[in-house]
Design a protein around this ligand. Structure first.
Ligand SMILES: *Cc1c(COP(=O)(O)O)cnc(C)c1O
Length: 412
């Protein structure tokens, strides 16, 4: 055990004792001795999921067989699970469906949005976006004959009359910067453009208030802060007002108005169901549905409050213990901070490996970022202090210079 700084620990223990949300950790199965700061990459396992998945496999698949499409509600599962996510992002019913991967949904959303502005020629994309988003935007633009312009999302002067759609992340995956979703959306609309918001790093930790901000389309990941499990299908939001005219580019039979009529002509389903494509990965989807029980009864505004308390404490601990050794990249301003703390250091990669060897699991992002994700449902304030005290030890002892920590795997 390392020595923990008493002032920080006292503050942490007081914060944990005062916050009823500290009990939420019981909703998760976590390996003992691990402080898990990677819930923004793969969320932890909610306690009800193993049993729920076993029942899906043994009863619904094993006994129910094909009949489970009806008796177990498999057909409706994408929409049903979408309705569990809707309140977490400020969406009224009928606007969210769980289907496909985030990557696929971004493509569908970008093309569908551009088709709603057929007389315009430019797609704006966040210049620092998660690469998959950029690859898809570039390909969509080639298909549609449009031009891509990479920009900083908060530079709203980029919205000219030529812009059809902007594709922006709510929270930057690398730095943890939170963008002004309502303000940017309003600026886009004032110029007649639409925005596709990528909520991968904000869903489950921030009340995005999509309806109140009149967001057009949004996409998000289910296996990060929503804890849906590896490869859980993603969700897509389309505002009610756009649904009737929506022409998405992967028309599959599950998005058909009458799928079992088996007609050669595609007739899109009414409402959000037209964003569906083919058969859902049901084991993953039903695992996500069970995982969302971890959010039962929670107000996402309270989750946000706890997230800011935890990340604020983490930044203070960094300042106090290692402020001269790392640069805090994530904004100190709460209104611009997602639920992670990113630290810059030239030896970031081996530092993360040394930290993992001490039971503190964060991750590394190119080129020099130690990324510490803060999942407010299962981390305590005491965990935060311990993790930064361990990081201070890694830096003070320079144990990260040990060659064992230099070995790179495919997944960093
Ligand atoms: C995690 C993440 C993805 C992942 O997409 P997959 O299709 O699930 O692999 C895409 N975009 C952003 C911004 C992400 O953070």
């Amino acid at each position: 055990m390392i020595d923990l700084p008493k002032d920080l620990l006292d503050r942490a223990e007081q914060a944990d004792a005062q916050d009823p949300m500290s009990a939420l950790r019981e909703r998760f199965l976590l390996p003992p001795g691990t402080i898990y700061l990677d819930g923004n990459s793969l969320g932890a396992l909610p306690v009800g999921v193993p049993k729920a998945l076993a029942a899906v496999v043994e009863q619904q698949w094993g006994n129910g067989l094909i009949g489970s499409w009806t008796s177990a509600g498999w057909w409706e599962a994408p929409a049903r699970t979408g309705e569990l996510i809707a309140p977490l992002i400020g969406a009224a019913p009928g606007q969210v469906v769980v289907t496909d991967s985030t990557t696929i949904n971004i493509f569908k959303a970008v093309v569908a949005a551009a088709r709603l502005r057929p007389d315009r020629t430019v797609i704006l994309v966040d210049q620092d976006t998660f690469p998959t988003d950029r690859y898809l935007v570039d390909s969509a633009a080639r298909l549609l004959g449009l031009t891509v312009r990479p920009v900083a999302p908060d530079n709203t002067t980029e919205f000219g009359p030529e812009v059809a759609v902007a594709v922006f992340s709510h929270v930057d995956f690398r730095t943890g910067v939170l963008y002004d979703l309502p303000g940017i959306t309003a600026a886009a609309h004032a110029a007649g453009a639409l925005v596709v918001w990528d909520l991968c790093h904000s869903v489950g930790i921030h009340p995005a208030d999509l309806d109140a901000s009149e967001v057009d389309l949004a996409v998000g990941c289910s296996y990060k802060f929503l804890n849906g499990g590896p490869g859980a299908p993603s969700w897509v939001y389309v505002a009610q007002r756009h649904q009737d005219a929506l022409d998405q580019p992967l028309p599959g039979w599950h998005g058909h108005a009458n799928p079992f009529a088996m007609t050669q002509e595609y007739l899109p389903a009414d409402g959000i169901d037209r964003m569906r494509v083919g058969t859902a990965p049901l084991l993953s989807l039903l695992g996500l549905e069970a995982a969302l029980a971890a959010y039962d009864g929670l107000d996402i505004a309270d989750v946000r409050r706890r997230s800011l308390s935890l990340t604020g404490l983490m930044i203070d601990a960094v300042d106090q213990l290692i402020g001269d050794l790392v640069e805090v990249v994530t904004p100190r301003d709460e209104s611009r901070r997602g639920s992670q703390v990113s630290l810059r250091h030239p030896h970031a990669f081996p530092i993360v490996q040394a930290l993992i060897a001490r039971g503190v699991v964060g991750d590394y992002r190119e080129p020099d970022i130690v990324r510490l994700g803060v999942a407010p449902l299962y981390l305590s304030h005491a965990d935060i202090v311990r993790s930064i005290a361990e990081l201070a030890q890694v830096l003070d002892t320079r144990e990260y210079l040990d060659p064992v920590f230099a070995v790179r795997h495919v997944v960093t």
